[in-house]
Design a protein. Structure first.
Length: 247
């Protein structure tokens, strides 16, 4: 009983897209610490992916890193097959892979718009669709990683904000379409402090946040864990993790 309390995902398996580094890595490690075997995807971060796999395995879990382009139907399908082949089941999908960039709306190119939407909205759709049969069999869960930008408009990130707003709505549509076997929720972070990502913005956002600090990778990971291990009855929710920044 104690192990189930400390490791509520013991015996389960998860797939985290974009799980090689940054927030995705933190989510993958948190799931492993909670008992899950974890597959991660990467596109170009092969060295970071290999290191994250070693970190997961050091926690006593099985791990797998798969090169995957979430924009590609064939690539996503092969990834799900590989994850299920490695673990024998799939209980959780975390759609974390995303593109974030600054671009003035009045000069935004069609290519820029499409690249962001292909990754941030089409990617989660493809991953969820390909994993659905396995998730239904396991009465599993999907956690999408949205953004405060999907709730509040940022003029310099219009395509990103629109793509994350689409993901929030997709979360709710999935929750209705995939019920009752699969619960689907979304974690929407605000400003998350990451090493090497400052340019004066860290202090700026911390000062604007009622909690007087920026968010951390652990804050996001713990929110994902709530949806991954909490009541299966909770579905269709978008949980904003921003310390009150968006209030």
């Amino acid at each position: 009983m104690l192990s189930m309390i400390n490791q509520p995902l013991l015996g389960k398996s998860a797939l985290v897209t974009g799980g090689a580094r940054r927030v995705g890595r933190g989510i993958a490690l948190a799931l492993a610490q909670a008992g899950a075997h974890v597959a991660i995807t990467f596109r170009t971060s092969d060295a970071e992916a290999a290191h994250t796999v070693l970190e997961i395995e050091s926690l006593g879990r099985r791990a797998l890193a798969v090169e995957c382009d979430v924009r590609s139907e064939a690539s996503v399908r092969a990834t799900v097959v590989a994850a299920v082949g490695r673990f024998g089941r799939l209980d959780l999908v975390v759609n974390n892979a995303a593109v974030f960039e600054y671009a003035p709306l009045d000069s935004l190119s069609l290519e820029q718009w499409d690249v962001v939407f292909e990754t941030n909205a089409r990617g989660p759709f493809l991953v969820a669709r390909e994993a659905l049969a396995h998730l239904r069999a396991a009465e599993g869960r999907i956690v999408n990683i949205g953004s405060l930008g999907g709730v509040h408009a940022w003029a310099g990130h219009a395509h990103y904000c629109a793509s994350k707003a689409a993901l929030h709505m997709l979360t709710q549509a999935m929750a209705k379409a995939f019920a009752p076997e699969v619960s689907v929720n979304c974690v929407a972070p605000g400003w998350i402090e990451l090493s090497g990502d400052d340019n004066g913005r860290t202090a700026h956002f911390a000062a604007k946040t009622p909690m007087r600090r920026n968010g951390s990778v652990e804050d996001v990971s713990q929110a994902v864990l709530f949806f991954a291990a909490g009541p299966h009855f909770v579905t269709g929710q978008v949980l904003i993790v921003d310390g009150g920044l968006g209030l």
